[in-house]
Design a protein around this ligand. Structure first.
Ligand code: G4P
Length: 536
């Protein structure tokens, strides 16, 4: 839902209202390695944003409550979040859209796509573990797309790495300048709070049982003699020493470098205990960018242009009561209004967007209007594909959309052959969502191969096929670990191999090992073996 603050002041023109709504939007995603605390931070951000009353209502912990973004039983069983949704709240006059990205490493394809709809990202690190594998992968996507990144070092209430080492690790592995905006006072049981290096203030926190309510904050200065009494003489001395070192040796925060993705501001805290989360949010709304122009095949399209939006995610059967398909659209320019007429660029079809709705878990609210940066769920009667654009002028299209190369492959056996029709429907819809990629043997006699980035994706596919389409299958993981799209002279490619193709009919080849790939490549120098189709 959108509120029009501006309505209370001068009667704004449509253009001014649009500019105002764009300026106050902040659309971001959280990237982290599983377990770093993404869910907990999300919950705390919603708490401070007033979207939930008490922490604990988002996460399905100790069987007390349901995750608002959990739709499927497999998520609840495993306690992980598989599907993405957008959570929206207002804070300090800003309209914040938090794209909920699945945290498990196997769901990276979905996460990668969700990042295309974000204007900035929050990277959450575990203070003891630092930069982990999954963080690195997701970071690379943000970097490729030029998304500015903020960093929150979480779990400071546990023993942490040396903070200078940790910052060096961020810089060394991720090749980005890390500039702390706060500095932790102690760690583990001695964690007392953070020093705000910009405002030059100390924020002291009190532990509140599991962070169920807002943590009290008191503010003093780093040279306040009472600080020794509050945090202990040793920690006070260490803080003064650290601050002197930081002020002497660290680069200054530079907003332009941050927006260019070359610098990340770093914050410290403990999401579980509410340490540092509100301060982060206050700073975030000022630093993070409002929606910018969309890079289209036709050039940059300013957010103030006529309405356009692109589909970044498809999801079938989101709710048991509504067996339908939803296409998630990010508004990229102009004012979206329910019932408006738009053109679907890929097919040239005219559509009336009367069925729009946002989704916040199972409770659906109809969207009347939305602005750049907002996420709108559209009922999808099979019209939309990922990367599709709709707009008022019908000429807008996207040059690329990220896809990822599968690394595990499986075949399937249908337990009940009379269910073949339902099986095909499920396979088509779930592949369209990107749950798995499908590769077809060209002889037509064998069933397709499924490709995934990680094996848990297969379990999700199997569970959803059973729950949503009533089709039970057995899955057999194959020895293949690589897929390559074949390119080069069409006749040579055709002569070479056409035993498997992707869902668009492009020839591919599956390999068991890098050695096999290398050998085949050496034997056939005239053919290109590409990790993604040429037009991706
Ligand atoms: P994720 O979404 O990134 O996977 O992480 P999530 O928030 O689920 O957090 C992973 C675990 O880390 C949870 O523990 C959570 O309570 C804990 N955690 C999150 N933030 C902090 C923090 O600031 N300090 C400490 N000490 N722990 C934190 P769990 O054992 O999986 O769940 P629970 O039984 O504690 O609820």
């Amino acid at each position: 839902m959108t509120t029009h603050d501006a309505a209370h002041t001068a009667p704004p023109t449509q253009a001014r209202l649009l500019a105002h709504e764009i300026e106050r939007r902040r659309t971001f995603a959280i990237i982290s390695h599983p377990d770093a605390g993404k869910t907990t931070i999300t919950e705390k951000l919603l708490l401070y944003g007033g979207a939930i009353q008490e922490a604990g209502s988002v996460t399905a912990r100790e069987g007390t409550a349901h995750t608002k973004s959990d739709w499927m039983s497999i998520e609840q069983q495993r306690g992980i979040s598989i599907s993405s949704s957008a959570l929206t709240f207002e804070y300090a006059g800003r309209h914040i859209n938090l794209l909920d990205t699945p945290g498990h490493q196997d769901f990276s394809e979905d996460t990668y796509r969700t990042l295309t709809a974000a204007d900035s990202a929050l990277m959450v690190l575990d203070a003891a573990r630092g930069v982990q594998a999954q963080t690195e992968k997701l970071f690379a996507v943000c970097r490729n797309r030029g998304i500015p990144i903020l960093t929150f070092v979480n779990k400071m209430d546990r023993p942490a790495q040396d903070i200078f080492d940790l910052l060096e690790q961020v810089e060394g592995i991720l090749k980005i300048t890390a500039v702390p905006l706060t500095w932790p006072i102690g760690d583990g049981p001695d964690f007392k709070g953070v020093y705000d290096l910009v405002a030059k203030q100390v924020l002291l926190f009190e532990r509140v049982a599991r962070g169920k309510s807002r943590a009290p904050v008191s503010v003093t200065s780093v040279d306040d003699p009472h600080l020794s009494e509050l945090v202990g003489r040793d920690l006070h001395a260490k803080l003064q020493e650290d601050v002197a070192l930081i002020e002497g040796a660290m680069p200054e925060f530079d907003q332009a470098a941050f927006l260019a993705g070359e610098l990340t501001p770093v914050f410290f805290g403990s999401a579980m205990n509410n340490f540092g989360v509100e301060h982060f949010l206050q700073t975030f709304v000022d630093l993070a960018p409002a929606p910018g122009p969309l890079r289209t095949s036709e050039g940059l399209r300013a957010p103030e242009s006529g309405f356009s939006g692109f589909i970044f995610k498809l999801q079938a059967n989101m709710s048991r009561n509504h067996r339908d398909r939803t296409a998630f659209m990010r508004v990229s320019s102009g004012h979206f209004e329910r019932g408006m007429d738009v053109t679907h660029t890929r097919t040239g079809r005219k559509l009336r967007l009367s069925q729009a709705h946002t989704l916040f878990a199972q409770d659906r609210e109809k969207v009347e209007d939305a602005y750049p940066g907002d996420i709108v769920g559209l009922v999808n009667p099979g019209v939309f594909r990922i990367g599709d654009v709709i707009s008022v002028d019908g000429k807008v299209s996207l040059p690329d959309f990220p896809r990822f190369t599968p690394e595990v492959f499986a075949t399937m056996t249908l337990r009940d052959v009379t269910k073949r029709k339902a099986f095909h429907k499920g396979l088509t819809q779930l592949a369209e969502e990107g749950v798995v990629q499908v590769f077809f043997p060209t002889d037509g006699a064998r069933d397709p191969y499924l490709g995934a980035v990680g094996p848990l994706q297969f379990e999700v596919f199997q569970a959803r096929l059973s729950e949503e389409y009533g089709v039970d299958i057995e899955m057999h993981v194959t020895g293949y670990s690589l897929v390559r799209w074949l390119a080069g002279d069409a006749a040579q490619v055709a002569r070479f191999a056409r035993s498997v193709e992707d869902d668009q009919g492009r020839p591919v080849m599956l390999f068991r090992s890098n050695f096999d790939l290398q050998y085949t490549q050496d034997q056939n120098p005239e053919i290109e073996f590409l990790p993604l189709p040429k037009d991706m």
